[in-house]
Structure formats: C-alpha cells, structure tokens
Design a protein around this ligand. Structure first.
Ligand code: TRP
Length: 532
C-alpha cells in the first residue's frame, strides 16, 4: 500500500503497491469481488428475464468456454506485469492495449455508479427490516405509503422507498465505506472478506432450505433447471448469459488484473481461476435456488427488468418465517450489503490502482478522482423524482436512468473488452507465449487448445453476440423505440437516447485522454516479467 502521502514523480515501486498477506487472502478477496450483487440480484433477474431453463445451459457453457479462460488471462496480465489493467496491457501489447484498458475502466466507472446505488437501496432495506418492512401497512422508517398493504409487502415497500430521498444518504454512506476500506489497501480488504465470505455461504444455505421446503418452492427450482431448447435459439439469451458471466466473475473491467498484480510472480493462475470461478458460480446457483423457490412459492410477479427479485422475493420468503423475521430480514440485507461492498471495493480498486500506476499519484488522490464522479453518478441513479406516474415508485428518474445505463454499460462494455483482450493477448502478444508463461507456474498445464480458444473461439463467439445484439438495439432505436422508452417518461423522454450516447462518448474520451497523458514514469519496455 502506498502511505497515501507523497509519491512525487516516481511510479510506485512494486513493494509499495501493496501485496496480499497470503494466497488464501487473495482467493477470498477475488471471490469477494466476484460474489456480489451479480450473484444475489442480477443472476436471478437475468435468469428470470431469459426464461429460467433457457438460461442455465448457455450460462454453464459460458463458465468453461468464457469465464475461466478469460479469468486466467486477466489474472496473468496482472501478475506477469505487476501492474493494473491499462499499464499491464501496455506492457504486454503496447499503446493499443492501454486504450482498451482505460476504455474498460471508464466503463467500470459508469457501472460502479449504479452498483453503489443498488447497494444503497439494499442498505435502506436492511434498516427497513428493523422498521416497517415486515409489518402490515409498511411505513416507517421511510416515507409514508399512500396505500398501506394488508400484510408485509416488500415490493410495495421497495418502490415506496426508492421514491424517497433516503437512498441518497445511503449512497453517500456506501461510497464512504468503500473509500475507507481502500484507504488502507489490501490489508483491510483481506480482513473484511475473511469475515464476510464464509458468513454469506452459511446464510445462503439457510435461505435455500427455507425456500425449497415452502409449498411450491420446488417448482421454482424446476423452472430454473428445466431445459428450454427453443429459448436457447434466441441470441438475446446468449448475450444475457455471456454478459452475466463476465459480470459475475468480475471480468472485463480490470478488477481481477488489479487484484492479481498484488501477487508474487509464481502464482498458479489456472488453479486460482478455477477456484474463484467455481466458488462464485456455486454461490450463484445456490442463490438462484433460494430466490426462485420463494418466487414460485409466493406467486410473485417481479416488476422491473433489471431489478432484483431478491429485493422482493427473499423478503417475502422471510416474512413467512415462523420466528425471528426481522432478525433474518436484517441479516439477509446485511449480507447483500457486505457481498456488494466487497465487490464495489474491488471495482474502485481497479480504477484507483490504475491511476496510481499511470500518474504516480498518491492513493488518496487516486481514490478522490474515482469517488467524486462516482458519487455524482450514484446520486443521479438514486434520484426519486417520479417521471412515470403510471408506474409509481417504479417510475422514478433514478431507476429508469439505472435501467438504461445498465442495458448499455453492462451489456456492451464487458463483452467488448473481453473480445479486445482476446485479440490483443491472443494475436498481438501471442497466445502460446502467454500460455508458456502461465504454465511455468501452474500444476495443471494448459494445452494447445487454450490458444485456439483465445485466438478463435472466444473472439468469434463474443463478436457474434455483440454484433447481433447491437443490430437488434440499433434497429429498435431507429424504429423510434430505443431501449427504455417503452413507458412514457414524460419530461425524461430524452433518457433512452442521451444515456447511451453519454456512456459511449464519455468512455471513449476518457480512454483517449488517459492513454495520451504522459505517464509519471515511462515503463521500461523490456524485459517482460515472463521472459527472464
Ligand atoms: N462480480 C461482482 C458481482 O457479481 C461485481 C463486480 C466487481 C464486477 N468487480 C467487477 C463486475 C468487475 C464486472 C467487472 O456483483
């Protein structure tokens, strides 16, 4: 860790960049990054949106073909160079790589803004669990509800909540906690994950047992697992599965490269990638079990595309507990918050460490450069103005903005970066060179198939999914129905058009500016760590 003080014009020496105390600490931190809202919130809503049984096969394939290999790439890039994403790519493949790195991190900034907002909402629900969330006619501690429900109603509570100003306070709190955790670097991250990660597992298992033992609960699990062959032919499902896999494994936004840059050179990344991926996806399926079971048991009809079955289904399931309802509810949202926090920390670390590596600035300054625009974005996506009265709380400015931003940033950033990574590392650097460097320290040796995967299979798959989806999105847009415009937004009708443009040009400009900034210290061109 840098001391947060002066580090004038020399790039931080490897020893100052910080390091994990142990391999176990790294695995926990990486899995803490991977396990987050993606597992608890987005997986369920994606699986639901894409029809359950049609989703898991593409998702399963994505794990082996896409997830694990790309994680190996991102881990190795960090450890081989001892640098964060943009500078790691620059060292490996030159300036083009740095562009891709910064474009990726610019995307990360957009995604982090609304990631924190959702976390803020979860935090409010956590407080609400002790207040009115599990009471009939839910009211306190947040704004009064116009139509109090007869029984506990998490959905009504949630939409009532996001139409208040309270989430803004929560968003500030989440940013504060994130920055505070990063202040002390890898050391604190390690401490946090040592407690949170095992706890999350225990609680998840309790939730599944509760879910599947509810009458009708098994139907939900079956829905998730009954293959739906027709659905698999829909390219949208594949995009959903690929994007979800990238997001869930924290790939495509430089996070894993930053974390792996704090490892000693002899790290076994084949092993590490498999461990982290299996832990993450195992957790995700368990969460899926619990959420779908409760969804079916309570015949809930989830409203809102991206949004979280977990915000409604799980609380509803908890409300039906015979005892300790409030305590369980509080604990569940606490775990969502902790899981999300360890992920938000990793997202911010990816960006901050890249700024430190490039500009040679102090950790404090780098964190501020990320946190200030990040907080502005989080506040925007948390704004409670009702733009669609027909939808009530579901029609707030913040939620609509979040949904549209998520569609573009989540749907395209990650996959595009994945595609470019494969091209750069597979072709420019050379997959076999990289593979040799990886194999030098791995027990399980990657075969020639790895080169084929990185050079041909992955780029082709990713490109196909990106292009086909873009075609759908653009044809909708030109037909006058851009994504997010299905409901009249009143004065915010410009959102569906402006948001994707701001995202696209914003990230391109940021990438251009950062790449062309003079580095505090020019990187020594050679030798690369794996050539000595
Ligand atoms: N993987 C995390 C989740 O599932 C989110 C996350 C953290 C992430 N770092 C990332 C997603 C980097 C993409 C890239 O919630």
């Amino acid at each position: 860790m840098s001391k947060g003080s002066s580090q004038p014009s020399t790039a931080p020496h490897a020893a100052d960049r910080g390091a994990w105390k142990s391999k176990f600490g790294f695995i926990l931190a990486a899995s803490g990054s991977a396990i987050g809202l993606g597992n608890l919130v987005f997986f369920a809503s994606n699986a639901y949106q894409y029809g359950g049984g049609a989703f898991y096969l593409p998702y399963f394939i994505a794990l082996f073909v896409l997830g694990i290999p790309v994680m190996i790439l991102e881990f190795s890039a960090g450890t081989l160079t001892g640098r964060s994403f943009p500078m790691a790519l620059r060292r490996l493949v030159g300036k083009r790589g740095e562009y891709v790195g910064w474009w990726s991190l610019s995307g990360a900034l957009f995604i982090t803004t609304y990631y924190v907002t959702i976390l803020g909402w979860a935090m409010c629900m956590m407080v609400g669990a002790l207040g009115g969330l599990f009471e009939p006619g839910a009211t306190a501690p947040f704004a009064p509800f116009s139509e109090p429900s007869a029984g506990p109603n998490a959905t009504a509570y949630f939409f009532g909540l996001i139409a208040t100003w309270w989430p803004l306070l929560a968003v500030v709190a989440v940013w504060a906690m994130t920055i505070w955790s990063l202040w002390r670097g890898a050391e604190t991250i390690e401490k946090v994950v040592r407690v949170c990660v095992p706890l999350m597992w225990v609680f998840m298992i309790v939730m599944i047992v509760r879910g599947v033992t509810l009458p009708g609960g098994m139907d939900g699990v079956l829905y998730l697992f009954t293959p739906d062959i027709a659905g698999i032919l829909d390219v949208g499902v594949w995009k959903g599965a690929f994007a979800q896999m990238f997001f869930s494994l924290s790939l495509g936004l430089g996070t894993m490269t930053a974390y792996a840059s704090y490892l000693p050179k002899d790290a076994d990344h084949v092993n590490n990638s498999m461990l982290v991926s299996f832990m993450n996806c195992g957790f995700e399926y368990l969460a899926g079990f619990a959420i779908f079971a409760m969804l079916f048991a309570f015949s809930l009809n989830p409203v809102g595309g991206t949004l979280s079955l977990s915000f409604f289904a799980i609380p509803q399931g908890i409300a039906a507990f015979p005892f300790w309802v409030k305590a369980f509810g509080f604990a569940f949202f606490l775990l969502v918050v902790l899981a999300g926090l360890t992920s938000a920390i990793s997202l911010v670390e990816g960006m901050a460490s890249a700024l430190i590596d490039k500009l040679g600035i102090s950790r404090m300054k780098a964190l501020a450069m990320v946190a200030v625009p990040g907080l502005v974005g989080s506040v925007l996506t948390a704004l409670p103005f009702i733009v669609d009265p027909g939808l009530g709380g579901n029609g707030t400015f913040g939620l609509n903005l979040l949904d549209i931003l998520d569609h573009w940033a989540f749907g395209y950033s990650l996959l595009t970066v994945g595609f470019l990574e494969c091209i750069l590392l597979g072709w420019v650097l050379g997959a076999s060179r990289l593979r040799e460097a990886i194999n030098r320290h791995s027990k399980f040796h990657l075969g020639g198939w790895f080169d084929v995967l990185i050079k041909f299979v992955l780029p082709a798959l990713l490109l196909a999914v990106i292009v086909l989806n873009l075609a759908v999105d653009l044809s909708n847009a030109f037909a006058g129905a851009p994504y997010g415009a299905t409901n009249p937004l009143g004065w915010a009708d410009w959102l569906p058009v402006v948001v994707p443009l701001v995202w696209l040009f914003g990230t391109l400009v940021l990438a251009y500016v950062l790449t062309n900034r003079r580095a505090a210290v020019e990187l020594e061109p050679a030798p690369l760590a794996f050539e000595d």
